[in-house]
Design a protein around this ligand. Structure first.
Ligand code: CP
Length: 317
């Protein structure tokens, strides 16, 4: 694996899930793979899970990590070619990425979308500039449009929880939020579920929250949450802002919050969320604190997802 920017960089989804689960069984089995190597973790936005799980994954493989919170500690970066840098930006990504590439052998980057200019965000300007200039493998720690390490951990969690000899019905449902959030997590989850093909995948959202068709793919899309939940085996709850009215909140319908009563329509579905989650706005306390929630297991699996990806990159260095 050269870079890890989306599901397209992974081998088939089942294979990498199995690799992640093997690391969960035996975290240190490739403890020498990354010896003498350093991974840089650049954050242009906050993180709890991604930062810590990737550091642990790297350590399990014998790599060192350097975390750099670019947004708080770094020079303000310029990403546009030909920019006359007489404003607030101090260093161009051409130099910054190339310099970091001198110091580390693998580079992870987190950058959120601006949610103002759809073309800029969906061109993945920021992460692609790092790929272009760093000269080392780049791992997405969440970009403007996708969050592949999260989605791999999600798929690992579904695989772990599912014991029946049929495809599970996996329902990703929009939920209300007070802030306009990126489409990265739902885009990415949809992309991985579609690529995996091992689940019956349904997306439920109010009208106006359609994902880009490249991500929604062949998923069944419904606008009635109760209809979607009937017979669900997994319910993935997530808010996102509108793609069509880009970055806007077009509905805050509180009736879409996930509650215990709604879950009675499912086949005792496991409830998933990437976290952080706003309680009693997105998911009710009774669900998050109840037996059907697997959000902590899901977050734990971030380590094994990251380790499976990093090991593939290290083997090709
Ligand atoms: N789910 C996730 O990416 O969490 P963090 O933003 O805390 O890394």
């Amino acid at each position: 694996m050269k870079h890890f920017l989306s599901v397209q960089d992974a081998p088939d989804v089942d294979t990498i899930i199995q690799e992640a689960l093997a690391y969960k069984q035996s975290p240190r089995k490739d403890g020498g793979l990354g010896e003498g190597k350093t991974m840089g973790l650049l954050f242009l936005n906050p993180s709890l899970r991604t930062r810590i799980s990737t550091q642990i994954a790297a350590r399990n493989l014998g790599m060192e990590t350097i975390v750099f919170n670019v947004d708080k500690e770094g020079w303000q970066l310029e990403f546009h070619d030909g920019a006359i840098m007489n404003g607030s930006t101090v260093e161009h990504v051409k130099e910054a990425a190339a310099v970091i590439g001198q110091y580390v052998q693998v580079l992870g980057i987190r950058t959120f979308p601006g949610l103002v200019n759809r073309e800029d965000d969906y061109s993945e300007l920021y992460i692609r500039q790092f790929v272009k200039y760093a000269g080392v493998p780049v791992v997405s720690l969440e970009s403007a449009t996708v969050h592949p390490l999260q989605s791999l951990a999600d798929a690992v969690t579904i695989r772990e929880c599912w014991k029946e000899n049929r495809k599970p019905r996996v329902v990703m449902t929009w939920a209300p939020h007070v802030k306009a959030l990126p489409q990265a997590v739902p885009n990415s989850f949809a992309q991985w579920m579609n690529a995996w093909g091992a689940v019956d995948f349904v997306i439920a959202h109010p009208k106006g929250y359609e994902l880009h068709p490249d991500f929604a793919g062949k998923a069944t899309v419904v606008h009635n949450q109760n209809e979607a939940l009937k017979g669900a085996d997994f319910v993935y709850v997530k808010n996102w802002s509108s793609y069509q009215q880009y970055g806007k909140i077009v509905s805050q319908d509180s009736s879409w919050m996930m509650t215990a009563q709604k879950l009675t329509q499912t086949r005792q579905a496991k409830v998933m969320h990437c976290l952080p989650v706003r309680r009693n706005l997105v998911i009710a306390d009774e669900v998050l604190d109840g037996p059907q929630s697997v959000v902590i297991q899901e977050a734990g699996n971030r380590v094994w997802a990251a380790q499976a990806v990093l090991s593939r990159i290290l083997r090709e260095l």
